[in-house]
Design a protein. Structure first.
Length: 335
């Protein structure tokens, strides 16, 4: 029988990839009845990136994965598990994890997609952590990647202004226990949220038909105000909970990396924990809400900007469709 082990998992590399094309609020003013002032004030978004037609989630997902592997100093053949949180897979099947595996040449890996909407990255990170700590996987790629522009109703100003495309990836490996690594994670779902944020057609319940297309049912539906209330409560509560539970204080936190859905939701969570602006990672102004890609790409931006050092105390949190929500606290272990 193989020996039972319990290791410590940590992030050892991060990467990101975004489409070149920028869609500014001024561009959106030409598409729907909106304005820059409303979007910035209510959401914090100034622009978002939009993938070229014919580019699926695997494209930027693979690029982000390659950057994360380079950062971690590992080769594609070393990867033994690929987890891809996404709500915009290239196809319903096969899994985007399989498509990315082929692009990057991770020929020794198995993998799967995970549907946790905006919390998908945190759920996938927890899975990666469990695999590594149990000794079942040595090097795991977690790749949040989305082409949200492919499922937006570009006539609905309530939703089309919110989202953007892009990808972020991390490598998760066993690290020496003394370095900290992933300390704790909290994750929740509550099916009460299904009616407030969804894409109704294209699944087994309502397969694609001329009617579903005519009714725009293959696009994001969001009851924004309802989701907002739950999101503020969920993100604030679970961020405070994970900090308190692990006996840290607001001053101990080096970087808070929240899901980037709305600057006002982030500020509410920040206030609840008692964090200063300098402790918070904000990318929503540049990229909008990139769903499962928002946290890993924000980590990659923070790394690029020199905001993450060995041992930095990092707190992640997210809230999304389902409802789903979660938080994670770790000591930074990437070079
Ligand atoms: O990432 C997954 C989880 N999702 C979230 O966390 C998103 C949660 N929700 C939100 O972030 C916010 O609810 C939104 C940003 C979506 C909307 O902000 P809001 O402050 O809740 O606005 P609202 O929906 O209550 O709309 C206020 C007004 C309405 O006009 P009336 O009815 O007061 O006359 C809307 O029609 O703003 C109007 N409006 C707009 N005006 C200009 C809605 N969208 C727009 C727009 N431009 N794009």
């Amino acid at each position: 029988m193989a020996p039972r082990t319990l290791l410590t998992a940590g992030i050892t590399g991060v990467g990101m990839s975004f489409p070149e094309k920028r869609l500014t609020n001024a561009d959106l003013e030409k598409i729907v009845d909106t304005n820059d002032e409303w979007i910035v004030e209510r959401t914090g978004i100034k622009e978002r990136r939009i993938a070229e037609k014919g580019v699926g989630s695997s494209f930027h997902g693979a690029k982000a994965a390659q950057a994360a592997m380079e950062h971690a100093g590992i080769k594609a053949e070393d990867v033994d598990l690929i987890i891809v949180p996404t709500v915009t897979p290239d196809m319903l099947f096969p899994a985007t994890a399989c498509l990315i595996q082929e692009i990057i040449g991770a020929k020794n890996a198995w993998g799967y997609d995970l549907e946790g909407a905006c919390s998908g990255f945190l759920f996938a990170l927890q899975n990666a952590r469990a695999q590594v700590e149990a000794g079942h996987a040595k090097k795991v790629l977690v790749i949040g990647t989305e082409v949200m522009s492919s499922i937006l109703d570009w006539t609905d100003r309530n939703s089309c202004i919110l989202f953007g495309d892009g990808a972020g990836a991390v490598v998760v490996e066993a690290v020496d226990e003394s370095r900290g690594g992933i300390i704790d994670a909290l994750n929740h779902i509550d099916g009460i949220g299904g009616k407030f944020l969804n894409m109704k057609a294209g699944g087994s319940l309502m397969p694609a038909s001329a009617e579903t297309v005519a009714q725009n049912l293959h696009t994001v539906y969001q009851a924004g105000r309802d989701v907002y209330k739950y999101a503020v409560k969920g993100m604030s509560g679970i961020t405070k909970e994970i900090v308190d539970k692990n006996n840290f204080t607001a001053q101990d936190v080096d970087l808070f990396v929240p899901h980037q859905a709305n600057i006002r939701i982030i500020e509410a969570a920040q206030r609840r924990v008692g964090l200063e602006d300098s402790q918070v990672a904000i990318t929503i102004d540049q990229f909008g809400n990139t769903t499962a890609a928002s946290i890993p790409s924000a980590l990659a931006v923070a790394h690029r900007d020199g905001r993450l050092k060995e041992g930095s105390l990092v707190v992640l949190c997210a809230f999304g469709a389902g409802f789903t929500w979660g938080s994670c606290i770790m000591r930074w272990t990437a070079p």
